[in-house]
Design a binder for this molecule. Structure first.
Ligand code: PLP
Length: 457
């Protein structure tokens, strides 16, 4: 099996890049992955903030195999299944009081879940007689998925640029980003949350009553890099949405399922969304799985209205995927992994990670270290005093990631946090089973990888 192919030829698999070499991965256990040559990698970013429970957990594989033996698939237009019904109830309970009496729609991942949420929001508005409402406002520098609908509400410039003629444009509003705050705050961004929220209100007011929903990542995922919102921001956003009859969709594809030290990140700010989207940690990567958690108000509108959700995928509520998700949920509860991911709890895995990463602030080119729970980002700058980013062509984040891989450390490099093109950061989101020694080793490797990548002047 080739891990790299000569320019002008390629493997039978359409890979993400025709230029990069990809080692064939063959095994995983705990925080480690191995390639076919026997090289071991510590998965410091949970692949792409996916793995939360660790690799190679036998009981998840057993639950999936048992389901496959019993019943591999039925179509959701003909049957429901006990495994999907039970898991939906478990997940609703995990999502807390806000979703009491609501329901869950299972998909195969984040993008499908976002598509589902967008259509659900539109249908909700139609069901309650608000037929003019169809627009979905989102934030610049956001990422909600790679399907065309999800891309239309994503602000990630790089990922959407060539597809722009194909997507419907709605308003994108400004987003808090404290390291580079647009309001030049001198009070550690204590008050600017209200200013950002006010921009949302302005956008809603200028859309002639056509806004159906606002979609937001409570903690920014990859695009901006683990930016935690300033105090009061999400609460104000929720209040503005409610006042204007606009549904609040929170995208917890990355931040959900314990990753930030709460079951869902919105719990940090006591915000009650109408629709919550999650994926990644939901199955920890053991099966393709996403979920849309729907509040009672939204579900009731459809149940008491047309009675039919105008939407469906062949593989929604796939029995093997939901069996994996249910087994993952039971395991993360049994092992108390959400507690481990709470960076505010002294002595937790996440607190250890936070202080180890904070220690990188003195490293050459490290401009910012930010995050919460087990979701962190390290932003690089060419000049610490002015916060000047590296030229995008240098691909500094990519260089650091490559130097880290050489050392057997996997991190997730992203470019564009400053303006869509420039800005380099790494997302750090390890499995919650990582030990203090493994954190220590990883941060040492990362420091060396950063030092090695700094351009010589
Ligand atoms: C916040 C957020 N939403 C949606 C998605 C899309 O999820 P998927 O890649 O599973 O389709 C992602 C993926 O990274 C994400 O980070």
């Amino acid at each position: 099996m080739p891990d790299s192919v000569a320019v002008g030829s390629y493997s039978a698999l359409l890979r993400r890049s025709f230029r990069k070499s990809f080692p064939p991965a063959v095994r995983g256990e705990g925080v480690y992955l191995w390639d076919a040559r026997g090289k071991r990698y510590l998965d410091f970013s949970g692949s792409a903030a996916v793995n939360f429970i660790g690799h190679g957990v036998a009981e998840i594989a057993a639950a999936m195999a048992a389901q496959a033996k019993q019943l591999e698939f039925v179509h959701s237009s003909q049957f429901t299944t006990p495994v999907a019904e039970e898991y939906a109830a478990e997940l609703l309970e995990f999502a807390g009081r806000n979703f009491e009496g609501g329901c869950v729609y299972f998909t195969c991942g984040g993008s499908e879940s976002v598509e589902t949420a967008l259509k659900l929001a539109r249908q909700y508005q139609v069901e309650i007689g608000q037929t003019k409402r169809y627009q979905v406002i989102s934030r610049g520098q956001s990422y909600h998925g790679s399907t065309l609908g999800a891309m239309s509400v994503s602000g990630n410039k790089r990922r959407r640029e060539i597809y722009r003629p194909m997507v419907r444009e709605f308003a994108h509003v400004a987003f808090p980003y404290c390291y580079r705050c647009a309001f030049d705050c001198t009070d550690s961004c204590r008050r600017c949350g209200q200013e950002y929220a006010a921009e949302l209100e302005k956008a809603i007011e200028s859309a002639n009553g056509e806004v159906a929903a606002f979609i937001v990542e409570p903690v920014s995922g990859a695009t901006l890099g683990a930016v935690v919102p300033p105090p009061g921001y999400l609460q104000s956003v929720a209040e503005i949405c409610r006042r204007h009859g606009v549904l609040l969709i929170v995208d917890e594809v990355i931040s959900g399922m314990g990753r930030t030290g709460r079951n869902f990140a919105v719990e940090h700010w006591d915000v009650a969304p109408d629709i919550l989207v999650t994926a990644k940690g939901l199955s920890s990567g053991y099966a393709p799985l996403g979920a849309v958690v729907v509040s009672k108000r939204v579900a009731d509108a459809i149940a008491d209205g047309s009675g039919f959700f105008m939407h469906g995928f062949t593989y929604n509520s796939h029995p093997i995927s939901v069996a994996a998700g249910s087994a993952v949920l039971k395991l993360l509860q049994k092992e108390e992994l959400v507690r481990a991911a709470d960076s505010e709890r002294q002595g937790s895995t996440a607190a250890t990670l936070r202080s180890a990463l904070e220690g990188l602030r003195d490293a050459n080119s490290v401009g910012d270290v930010r995050g919460i729970g087990l979701l962190w980002a390290v932003e690089f700058v060419a000049d610490k005093a002015t916060k000047q980013p590296f030229p995008p062509k240098l691909n500094f984040a990519g260089r650091v990631a490559l130097a880290a891989v050489e050392r057997g450390l996997l991190v997730y490099p992203v470019q564009g946090c400053v303006d869509g093109d420039s800005g380099d950061h790494l997302v750090i989101a390890p499995p919650a089973v990582i030990t203090a020694d493994q954190i220590d080793w990883s941060v040492k490797q990362l420091r060396e990888a950063i030092q090695e990548s700094v351009p010589r002047t």
